[in-house]
Design a protein around this ligand. Structure first.
Ligand code: GUN
Length: 281
């Protein structure tokens, strides 16, 4: 069993990005990311903090717009409009989830698709579904980069994606399909989840439920990618896979933490650089 070490790869990617931003600076170009954080969800706060820190380290200018959960939808739309027009800003990220009174779709659709470094705008969602270049959501993109780094080709593999969210599961499905895997996608209404997961050469889980995948549900020699991040009552961070019992059966598996999470951050930086390059061109 080989551990897929996302932390080391993420650090290496961030170092590469730093070299690029150093080059940019010589040409008087600074890549900029605007982050909008609404409310005081502790997980969102800690993700945003990590994103800011990574920007700083990689030489990307970042600005945080922190808003109370009582903020109106119009105020958020106003901020997005400002960031769309701001020539120092290449990427705009609205941390999800948003408070219930805010229409998430409306917010996402307000972001200029050329600055949509999260890849959540329907324009970019459509481009990915059509196999065209665009912005791809950072977490599934990070999974593909991690697989590539370990020279794991997905062509012809039976892949099973557990979780069908717009942020993770659906773009993951499209990336795998574009890379010619055979994709089975499961969700909370899937009957007999194990009958699907057991067929998978590549099992990718992003359901947000600790302990969802047990060893009986995994094929011998499978590649297992755990996207879940769950905090247990004792404070421990775990994924969706029962790592201790599943890992011995796998050919490759991601740890939590230190697997997919750091890759998400690295891909956000890459998407921001991509946006800055597109603009400079
Ligand atoms: N909430 C959970 N994951 C993400 C992400 O990748 N981007 C944003 N904007 N919000 C999230």
């Amino acid at each position: 069993m080989t551990l897929l070490d996302g932390k080391t790869l993420s650090n290496a990617i961030q170092d590469e990005i730093k070299k690029e931003t150093d080059e940019f600076r010589k040409q008087n170009i600074t890549a900029g990311l605007a982050v909008i954080l609404v409310g005081d969800d502790s997980a969102s706060q800690s993700y945003v903090k990590m994103k800011e820190k990574a920007c700083e380290r990689a030489g990307i200018y970042s600005i945080l717009h922190k808003m109370p959960s009582s903020i109106s939808e119009d105020k958020i739309l106003e901020t997005i409009s400002m960031m769309n027009q701001n020539s120092n800003i290449d990427g705009i990220l609205v941390q999800l989830p948003l408070p219930r009174h805010v229409n998430q779709t409306k917010i996402i659709e307000a972001i200029d698709s050329a600055k949509d470094v999260d890849g959540f705008h329907p324009f970019n969602v459509g481009r990915l579904a059509a196999g065209l270049d665009g912005f791809v959501p950072c977490t599934p993109l990070g999974v593909m980069r991690l697989l590539e780094h370990y020279k794991i080709g997905v062509k012809g593999l039976n892949a099973c994606v557990v979780g069908a969210s717009n942020i993770v599961g659906k773009p993951m499905m499209n990336l795998l399909l574009n890379a010619f895997a055979t994709v089975d996608i499961c969700h909370i209404y899937t009957k007999n989840l194990a009958s699907h997961t057991k067929q998978a050469d590549l099992l990718i889980v992003g359901a947000g439920k600790a302990g969802l995948i047990t060893k009986e549900m995994v094929k011998d020699g499978a590649i297992v990618i755990d996207i879940g991040i769950n905090r247990l009552e004792n404070g421990k961070l775990v994924g969706d896979v029962d790592f201790e019992n599943v890992a011995p059966k796998c050919s490759f598996i991601t740890p939590v933490p230190g697997g997919v999470g750091p890759m998400t951050i690295a891909m956000l930086l890459e998407n921001t650089i991509k946006a800055a390059k597109n603009r400079a061109r």
